[in-house]
Design a protein around this ligand. Structure first.
Ligand SMILES: C[S@@+](CC[C@H](N)C(=O)[O-])C[C@H]1O[C@@H](n2cnc3c(N)ncnc32)[C@H](O)[C@@H]1O
Length: 206
């Protein structure tokens, strides 16, 4: 945990928000899919490993009322809070490793993860993550995952990643998650290269 936290702290302390390879001014695909899946503005939405992304700003602007933002990096969380100013008080912030986290009794209606799950190269870490999804979501809730696709990069931020097809990702989650859809997207990094992402969404059925 300390090693991982140290890695991400270093990234956010030493790189500008718009220089990291995953930077996008807005997470347009995520926003579009969240709005399709969650019409109700009272839906409890969590953005796992949000980093310094502007998804929380855009969800607040669209009047979503129950937002939670966890990340392993305290620096990233602090940066986002500063950017939001007084609006930061409307969000529930968490610092910690998602493979060891617990949201207590909180139950989410939508779980969003862009570019976090694919860093869990150990099967046991992925199992812990999915156990947390099960504990933190009611049946009927939606899980929206964006990982590197089968032709995506093998590394990101100097770390190995796992690449997924939609079948492999669905298999990771196992029974109780009903596959609803998936699409491939190509993210253009600030340096102009392209990275293949897989967006995949499902519903917790039991
Ligand atoms: C590639 S960045 C993606 C950031 C953001 N989701 C986005 O799409 O712009 C990965 C993020 O996951 C966070 N992260 C990595 N491992 C984590 C873990 N085990 N628990 C919580 N956050 C983690 C990092 O600090 C970083 O902000």
């Amino acid at each position: 945990m300390i090693e991982k936290a140290h890695h991400w702290e270093n990234v956010y302390r030493n790189k500008s928000f718009d220089a990291v390879s995953w930077y996008a001014p807005h997470l347009a695909e995520s926003l579009r899919l969240i709005e399709q899946l969650c019409l109700d503005k009272t839906a409890a939405i969590v953005d796992i490993g949000a980093g310094e992304s502007t998804l929380v700003d855009d969800l607040l602007q669209r009047h979503y009322l129950d937002l939670s933002v966890p990340d392993i990096s305290a620096t990233a969380i602090e940066f986002t809070k500063q950017r939001l100013g007084t609006k930061a008080a409307q969000v529930s912030w968490h610092v910690g490793d998602i493979t060891r986290y617990d949201f207590a009794s909180k139950q989410f209606d939508l779980w969003h993860d862009r570019a976090v799950f694919h860093f869990l190269t150990e099967p046991s870490a992925r199992r812990s993550y999915i156990e947390l999804v099960r504990r933190s979501m009611q049946p009927g809730g939606y899980v929206l995952m964006a990982t590197f696709g089968p032709d995506g990069p093998r590394q990101c931020s100097g770390l190995d990643v796992v690449r997924f097809t939609d079948e492999q990702l669905h298999h990771e989650f196992g029974d109780g998650f009903e596959w609803l859809g998936s699409e491939i997207n190509h993210h253009q990094t600030p340096s102009g290269t392209h990275q293949q992402f897989l967006y995949c969404w499902c519903r917790r059925s039991y």
